[in-house]
Design a protein around this ligand. Structure first.
Ligand code: 475
Length: 841
């Protein structure tokens, strides 16, 4: 760096080199400076919100200095970078995370206290960055934390939605969606008004001859929208490495509004153009595990992918390397099929703009990309009408046709005459209307395809992508079981547990190598340790009970068994099975004498999660949970034996309160439907046990922690197809206890039965696709085992400690290292080396 400053000015620059605050005093002075200057507030008029803003700005300043140095190190080292393309980054709050990762939370705590604030209250001021729906988006956020913590040169690319996932309110037991305007004041982003890309849509393609007589395609006409970069620094834990998350925001290409039009008096039209451009990055689509084929969604995808690739290619071209070296410098990971257009866009750049031959370009493209699949649900697999493509991205459609042609020719060479195979694997589905199958395009354009848990990766190889295994060979398909960052999900969410573990491990090193957790198993008989372990769980439950009281008005007893199911509401995740089970429990208690009831294990069943606004069944499930809660919670016979609550607006910061407070959590998807799940890992890491089906990562969790420490139930994935078949073609007998639950709902015990008719008929009359009835008996019986087990508190604590000790595998650090080695072929950068390059000496 210094070498690039001319000698006469160098002294002045280096003399004034900035460094962030280092101690409490400097922190306080930064806070006061930001209050008085950046925020233009008087220090005599500083409320908690201003204190939050100023503290965040003080930390942001520090982050951006480290960010600068990290980027310089990466540029000097000139080694391969990975780019993680995701339409969703569910980041949650940033301040607490930044303080902990940098290691200055104690400094901030005493500094804020001297200025008159409690750090907890300041942290609470922050609005979640909720640019995601659920598992897929949160996984991307955990990956960014691990990439920075492990010193990988990595960037995330996403969209800067003006509105994140909606805020959920529960009104009269129904979900009501309220817009989440989160950008009012966001100290964590840096607008880069100098980093912009013009993005083209619509128009037409024509062929022209270049100087050498070669025919090349030109994409012209249409409209242009400007992409503006906003950078979010991502601090690693206990390392100076600070990576970048670049989010694109859309703007009218003409700037504020079209001056030509404006001067001609076409005011409305010039403003309308501006609004149309800004619409592209305005909202996050609120669907989880569902794609609905809307034009604006495809526009979002191309806008984001084209801006990101332009940026990546621009960076590569600065190095003046030959194009064939591109895959040695760049790895791009596609988080699901949402960014699949990047494959087509890179091929377009190389062939149309850079003049490479098709095959040479295609080899570069496929060596660059990796594709992660997150779901086998058919309704979630992306398909776009060919006509829509033709209209919006005419040149891309041509390229897709060519990719498909060469691909099908290679299939024909390998399996001559198999017409049905060609039809099955074609990127173009010959339906009415014709569709582009994005997952097939992603497979053909990548060098690796991975699933997110062992069962899931096996399932994609034997079902939805079976033909592609035959075509490309099995080695192209691999598994990387998901993980979670222990920084946020243990150290930040459960500081007391983290401190207790530290006292046994000897340091906080387990936050960097989670397998060190196994050391706590040595203390399994340590009375004091066990008492403290139980006490931490109890106080986390007290904190949640307080939150429940404040948000729902329901009083719950912290010594009851806390049973939690928090995740997006979806039929395949089976919150309906849970609430039917709760009704069964209620009816059982009601039928008992007061004497018998005294033997019952008191329970609090806690639900949370959003339903996609257009998902009728999911909304009915939320309504049923609330009406059941209403009846049960006010039944004098039942008292504290059973409480049912629905926590509104489940998000990352609520998860940080809920996860450490569970005794048991529910991961009860129909076997073969949940790709992995990641909250299952978070709950176990926080000392909660789980009840679950043999699905997703539950299977690997069981393998790690031992089957005595988990409550598994239900049918296996291999039997699901036959069971569904028998529902349709046999006479479908539903479980008698479930039938009683239905009877009670239909009697009107929980409000107007008409409201819940569709929930019942899905099971009774429409084939019970999710096997609610088939699994009901085993679910109820397993819950009885949970009650019994909980009564033996000593045994329970042993299970809890043992499970945590064996969770080392599920760190997202392990997961990122597997991607780095098996898919990206990248290495971490040293943060300090003699020659300053960051490369090994
Ligand atoms: C799986 N979301 C979890 C998690 O791998 C898994 C978003 C937009 C449009 C369509 N779908 C989505 C998902 O598909 C999704 O969140 N998938 C989830 O990915 C991380 O742990 O089992 O359901």
């Amino acid at each position: 760096v210094e070498a690039s400053i001319p000698e006469p000015q160098r002294e002045a620059w280096t003399k004034h080199q900035v460094s962030g605050f280092k101690d409490k005093d400097e922190f306080e002075s930064e806070v006061v400076r930001h209050v008085e200057t950046t925020l233009a507030r008087s220090m005599f008029n500083c409320d908690e919100s201003a204190a939050y803003s100023a503290a965040s700005l003080a930390f942001r300043d520090r982050l951006i200095l480290e960010w600068n140095r990290t980027q310089q190190r990466q540029t000097f080292a000139d080694s391969k970078r990975v780019y993680y393309l995701s339409l969703e980054f569910l980041m949650g709050r940033a301040l607490d995370n930044a303080m902990l990762n940098i290691g200055l939370k104690d400094v901030a705590k005493s500094g804020l206290s001297e200025l008159g604030f409690r750090i907890e209250d300041i942290i609470e001021q922050e609005h979640d960055a909720a640019l995601g729906n659920g598992g897929l988006g949160r996984l991307a956020a955990c990956f960014l934390d691990s990439l920075a913590s492990l010193n990988y040169p990595a960037w995330g690319y996403g969209l800067r939605y003006r509105y994140g996932i909606f805020k959920q309110e529960i009104i009269d037991g129904y979900q009501v969606e309220v817009p989440d305007y989160w950008l009012d004041f966001n100290p964590w982003e840096f607008p880069r008004h100098d980093v912009t890309v013009d993005i083209q849509f619509y128009g037409y393609v024509h062929k022209v001859q270049d100087e050498s007589g070669r025919f090349v395609s030109r994409w012209e006409g249409g409209e242009t929208v400007k992409a503006v970069a906003y950078d979010v620094p991502i601090p690693g834990y206990d390392t100076p490495s600070t990576n970048n998350l670049r989010l694109w925001s859309s703007k009218a290409a003409s700037g504020e509004f079209d001056f030509q039009k404006f001067n001609n008096g076409e005011y409305e039209s010039s403003v309308a153009d501006q609004q149309r451009a800004e619409t592209i990055s305005a909202v996050l689509y609120p669907n989880d595990n569902l794609e609905r084929g809307k034009e604006l969604r495809l526009k979002q995808q191309y806008f984001w992918v084209a801006a990101s690739l332009y940026d990546i290619v621009r960076r590569f071209k600065k190095s003046k390397r030959a194009w064939r070296e591109f895959p040695d410098q760049v790895a791009i990971q596609l988080n699901d099929t949402h960014p699949t257009l990047a494959i087509v866009e890179l091929q377009r750049i190389l062939v149309d703009l850079e003049g490479l031959e098709w095959d040479e370009a295609w080899n570069i493209v496929t060596a660059t990309f990796g594709y992660t699949n997150h779901t086998v649900l058919p309704e979630a697999l992306e398909k776009w009408p060919v006509g829509l493509f033709q209209h919006l991205l005419p040149r891309h459609l041509q390229i897709i046709y060519d990719i498909n042609l060469f691909f099908l020719q290679s299939v024909e060479r390998k399996f001559p005459g198999d017409r049905d195979l060609l039809r099955r694997v074609s990127i173009i589905e010959e339906s009415q209307p014709k569709m582009v199958r994005m997952a097939f395009l992603a497979i053909v354009g990548s060098h690796k395809v991975n699933g997110v848990a062992e069962l899931h990766s096996d399932l994609i190889k034997t079902t939805i992508f079976k033909d592609f295994v035959n075509i490309f060979g099995v080695d192209k398909f691999t598994n990387v079981t998901n993980g979670i960052t222990p920084r946020r999900w243990l150290h930040q969410a459960n500081p007391r547990l983290s401190a207790l573990i530290k006292s046994k491990v000897g340091s906080l090193d387990f936050l960097k190598d989670l397998t060190l957790l196994n050391k706590i198993e040595l203390s399994i008989n340590d009375k004091e340790f066990r008492r403290e372990w139980a006490d931490i769980k109890y106080s986390n439950k007290v904190r949640l009970a307080k939150h429940i009281k404040e948000s729902t008005g329901v009083s719950v007893d912290p010594s009851a068994l806390f049973d939690v199911q928090v995740k997006r509401i979806h039929e395949y995740k089976r919150q309906q099975l849970n609430i039917f089970g709760v009704i069964h429990r209620y009816l059982t208690l009601k039928a008992q004498s007061p004497e018998e009831r005294k033997k019952a294990q008191p329970r609090v069943t806690i639900f949370g999660g959003k339903a996609a606004p257009g998902y009728w069944m999911a909304k009915q499930i939320i309504h049923l949970i609330n009406t059941v809660g209403n009846v049960v919670n006010n039944d004098k016979d039942i008292g504290d034996l059973l409480k049912v609550v629905f926590l509104e607006d489940y998000n990352v910061s609520k998860a940080e309160i809920i996860t450490p407070a569970s005794d048991i959590s529910e991961h009860i998807s129909t076997a073969g439907t949940e790709a992995s799940g990641t909250s299952n890992m978070k709950f176990v890491l926080n000392g909660g046990l789980i009840i679950g089906t043999c699905d997703g990562a539950n299977i690997e969790i069981t393998r790690e922690i031992g089957e005595n420490n988990i409550f598994l139930f239900g049918n296996l994935a291999e039997d699901v197809e036959d069971l569904r078949h028998s529902h349709t073609y046999g006479n479908h007998q539903i479980d008698p206890d479930l039938a009683k639950v239905f009877e009670e709902i239909e009697k009107g015990t929980f409000g107007n039965p008409h409201d819940f008719a569709s929930l019942i008929s899905a099971v009774r009359d429409h084939g019970d696709y999710y096997l609610v009835s088939d699994d009901f008996r085993s679910y109820i019986e397993t819950h009885a085992l949970v009650d019994e087990a909980y009564k033996n508190q000593e045994e329970w604590i042993t299970k809890s400690i043992t499970s945590v000790a064996r969770m080392g595998f599920f760190s997202s650090d392990r997961c990122i290292n597997e991607y780095a080695e098996g898919i990206w072929n990248i290495e971490p950068l040293k943060t300090q080396t003699k020659d300053g390059t960051g490369k090994d000496e």
